[in-house]
Design a protein around this ligand. Structure first.
Ligand code: DAH
Length: 355
């Protein structure tokens, strides 16, 4: 009888060298083709005598099964590697090349507006807005500053068109009027925004920023105004103690009126707020004039209120030790890099305003 072990190892040797589809096909024919090794062995069965037949057929069948399995495995491997090759060739890079990332900075004025908004919103003030282009009624007349009033000269107004009565607002106080005409008391609002005056030097710029505050309700007194401003100055400068001085002053829309100074000293060339014997003016304020309340149909016998106006740029200069106001508006990117704030570091009362 044939030596099946020998035959098997011969066939396996041949299969070992198969490494592509062509050689696979020809080896398969060599084994299973019409005149293939295994086919020839099957042909012999008929000529065998009964005693040999059974063992021969069984050995041959298991050889056939084994070789068939090995060949099938080879075939799936080839197919898989062909798919892999195809995928590799057709690969597309869908990613974009990297770009340089420029982190922007928040301007100190925007930072201070966010800080003051955060401080006042915690004690119940909401934020109001008004137009930069105003008319004389809102900017002056309704605020008890009639034509020919000397305060109008102090404001050095930019008139846009006298015939149309348009001007650039000289302060944020017209937002008081707009707010009170819009609804009914009580009012508790702040209004940050741009203001304009014909003025330009190291501490004045033709466009600057103010923060208006207004609180109108029953039984509001000057004590509320003082309490509110102490709270604000302490929170804003992030100090425990603060020295504040109220100086009598005059504004047509408040009676009585005051200007507020904060105490400071210079220590090692740096300004220290809240200590020392020097004074710096930071805002104007007072009790809303009864005539202003009447102008907006609020009964001054029932309602009283206080108001204040702060220079935002001045607050920024003091807090962040910036000594030239003009640089605020020159759009010098190096200046902004130095004095600007991280856009992701939004000021909040609980996490801290500026650090
Ligand atoms: N509007 C004033 C100014 O531009 C500032 C001011 C003073 C606002 C007193 C007020 C106030 O609301 O009560 O200088």
């Amino acid at each position: 009888m044939e030596n099946f072990n020998q035959i098997e190892s011969n066939i396996l040797n041949k299969i070992k060298n198969v490494n592509d589809r062509n050689s696979y096909d020809s080896i398969k024919t060599e084994i299973f083709g019409k005149k293939g090794i295994i086919t020839e062995l099957f042909k012999k069965i008929g000529s065998l005598n009964q005693s040999e037949k059974k063992e021969y057929a069984s050995k041959l069948n298991s050889l056939k099964t084994k070789i068939t399995e090995i060949l099938e495995k080879k075939l799936t491997d080839f197919n898989q590697s062909e798919i892999n090759k195809k995928l590799e060739n057709e690969k597309i890079d869908v990613t974009l090349p990297g770009r340089t990332y420029f982190a922007g900075k928040i301007h100190p004025v925007s930072q201070v507006i966010d800080e003051v908004t955060s401080i006042f919103s915690e004690i119940g003030f909401s934020v109001e807005d008004g137009p930069d282009v105003e008319n004389e009624y809102y900017n002056f007349s309704a605020l008890n500053t009639p034509e020919n009033h000397p305060a109008r000269d102090m404001h050095d107004t930019f008139y846009l068109d006298r015939s149309k009565d348009l001007l650039l607002r000289t302060h944020t106080s017209p937002v008081q009027i707009r707010t009170m005409l819009k609804s009914k008391p009580p009012f508790k609002i702040i209004a940050p925004g741009r203001t304009y005056r014909h003025d330009s030097d190291k501490t004045h710029s033709p466009m600057f920023h103010q923060l208006e505050g207004l609180h109108v309700d029953k039984n509001i007194s000057m004590g509320h105004l003082k309490g509110c401003l102490y709270y604000f100055v302490k929170k804003f400068f992030e100090v425990e103690k603060v020295k504040i001085r109220f100086r009598p002053s005059h504004f047509p829309f408040t009676e009585p009126s005051a200007e507020v100074d904060i105490g400071y000293k210079i220590h090692n060339g740096k300004i220290k707020i809240g200590e020392g014997d020097k004074w710096l003016e930071i805002l104007g304020c007072g009790m809303v004039h009864p005539k202003v309340l009447k102008n907006v149909k609020v009964n001054p016998n029932q309602y009283q209120g206080y108001a204040f106006g702060v220079g935002i740029d001045r607050l920024a200069m003091l807090k962040y030790e910036i000594n030239d106001l003009r640089a605020f508006f020159e759009s010098d990117i190096r200046w902004l890099e130095f004095y600007g704030f991280d856009p992701l570091d939004v000021p909040t009362n609980y996490r801290g305003l500026s650090r």
